[in-house]
Design a protein around this ligand. Structure first.
Ligand code: ZN
Ligand code: ZN
Length: 160
């Protein structure tokens, strides 16, 4: 049983590694074997404090993210539905996830090995941006909430 499914999975759906990345000390290393969303900046206060500036996140399907090392990965459960992944040794911020989007893993784009090939397309929670940060007028900017229902919200790819 499952032979046909196995066969179809074996012919082309594993498109290979799209990106590799990890924390500063190497305790966390991952590879992404699927599409990456382009980068969204989040200026909300929690992201500002946790990253020290603002979150710049790409995202991938959870099933496409494979860990080569996660020995030092831990999670800060910020709310009952949201959490940030970080390295317990070097302190790098690596991930963000929310239970209402449990199939998607947000990945701190700075942890991806260069060149990432990604571009920044959007800023959210711009109303909470720090006073020393100059918002980028060339990208979509939303004052507060993540516009998941906005047609411009990109699920994957960079064609927005
Ligand atoms: Zn580390
Ligand atoms: Zn945020």
């Amino acid at each position: 049983m499952g032979l046909r499914e196995d066969a179809s999975m074996g012919d082309g759906s594993t498109t290979g590694v799209q990106a590799t990345g990890g924390c500063e000390c190497g305790g966390v290393r991952y590879r992404v074997e699927g599409a990456l969303r382009d980068v969204v900046h989040c200026h909300c206060e929690p992201c500002r404090r946790i990253t020290g500036h603002h979150m710049a996140a790409t995202a991938a399907s959870v099933d496409d993210v494979h860990f080569e090392s996660d020995a030092t990965l831990d999670w800060y459960q910020r709310t009952s539905t949201t959490r940030y992944g970080f390295c317990t040794t070097c302190g790098s911020t690596l991930f963000w996830s929310a239970t209402d989007k449990a199939d998607i893993l947000s990945i701190a784009a700075g942890t991806i090995d260069q060149p990432s090939g990604l571009v920044t397309i959007m800023a959210i929670y711009a109303d909470e941006a720090s006073d020393f940060h100059r918002l980028d007028g060339t990208i979509h900017s939303f004052g507060r909430d993540r516009p998941v229902d906005d047609p411009s919200w990109p699920v994957t790819g960079g064609d927005a």
